[in-house]
Ligand binder design. Structure first.
Ligand code: BYC
Length: 317
């Protein structure tokens, strides 16, 4: 069978196109939207980038909950900027996914119908102000650990989007750690609030890296095609090694009795994988609330989309 790749002047056999593709990936060259790529590579990337985009958009909700209740004008300004950054990340990522042939409407439909996954972490509630600190420190910290290697992903548009996203996530992580520092060094009540928040977010943050390597479905293919550069367990370990000393600096205790240092790494207990599976299956503490909020936002924005389309139509004449 012969296939015409968009970058090919002449038709080439699939095997030859596939060999060229593998050689390009092996040589650390970027794959671009008009290049020939195996259907499974396209599917793998569309899935991951779409889930990533949905995570950024749904990820605005837990912290968005605190914009009107931030403890000072300064905190409110910072939080607003951070939540807007997440919206921007979602938009870059939807655009990157679109270069693979899926439309924005299809992507949004998949999220709103509950068909598409988004990160498990955003199905947990933000109960106190300290949660904005814990999210910045732990959730954005985990995101950076996972996303810095994605700047070297083999697919050009995704890799390039990740560069800016990672820079912004670094600011998010720092602002979260600063909130935690102020609380941990504040009154006994403030320190207790920081500790209670850490207790609730620690295990869900470890679950962000995905199932253990033995249960990861996409790992082998994703590593071979240089989408992922590290396995889920490798990144989880790096995150724990980075974060434990930060918790010690704050004078807070991690909720894991099995935590111990072996001279090189921090060994840690097993996250509750049954809980992880429940959250992925739609039965986390806030799954229904998050989807309902996105559906309402989409419906409320219908007039904006209609007005924008009418304006575009008019301009076209
Ligand atoms: N939550 O074979 P595996 C942010 C799914 S947003 C939900 O290991 P893979 C931020 C996985 O999709 C950060 N689902 O998958 C925003 C797969 O299901 P399907 C979001 C998960 O892809 C606002 C199945 O489980 N970051 O930073 O090799 C405020 C088997 O997994 C999760 C990204 O999206 C999970 N935690 O590895 C603050 C990063 N884990 O598709 C911060 C990009 C696994 O077969 N994504 N699943 O139905 C990735 O790096 C990878 O997709 C993952 C999973 C490491 C997440």
């Amino acid at each position: 069978m012969y296939t015409q790749g968009l970058d090919q002047a002449d038709a080439l056999p699939d095997e030859e196109l596939s060999e060229r593709f593998e050689a390009k990936v092996a040589a650390e060259e970027k794959v671009e939207p008009t290049d020939w790529m195996p259907a499974a590579y396209r599917t793998l990337l569309t899935r991951q980038i779409a889930q990533h985009a949905h995570s950024e958009i749904v990820g605005m909700l837990p912290e968005g909950n605190w914009i009107s209740r931030a403890p000072s004008l300064r905190r409110k300004g910072i939080l607003l900027a951070k939540v807007q950054d997440e919206a921007g990340h979602g938009l870059y990522l939807y655009s990157a996914a679109e270069t693979l042939g899926v439309t924005r409407d299809e992507l949004v439909d998949q999220l709103l119908s509950g068909k598409a996954k988004y990160s498990s972490i955003f199905n947990y509630p933000t109960l106190t102000w300290a949660d904005c600190g814990a999210i910045g420190w732990l959730v954005d910290g985990a995101a950076i650990m996972n996303q810095v290697p994605l700047c070297r992903c083999s697919y050009g548009p995704y890799a390039r989007a990740m560069v800016r996203i990672c820079r912004e996530e670094s600011f998010h992580q720092r602002q979260g750690f600063e909130i935690m520092t102020v609380l941990a060094q504040g009154s006994p009540e403030q320190k207790a609030m920081a500790q209670e928040s850490l207790d609730r977010w620690w295990w869900p943050a470890l679950m962000m890296f995905g199932p253990p390597d033995g249960e990861s479905v996409h790992n082998d293919r994703s590593m071979r095609w240089k989408v992922k550069r590290f396995t889920n367990d490798e990144l989880r370990q790096k995150f724990v090694d980075m974060t434990v000393p930060q918790a010690h600096f704050l004078g807070l205790t991690l909720p894991d009795p099995e935590l111990s240092f072996d001279g090189e790494h921090w060994t840690f207990g097993e996250p509750d994988w049954a809980e992880f599976k429940r959250v992925l299956a739609g039965d986390g503490p806030c799954n229904k609330e998050r989807l309902a909020a996105r559906r309402d936002a989409h419906a409320d924005g219908a007039w904006v989309r209609e007005a924008a389309l009418a304006h575009a139509e008019k301009k076209r004449g």
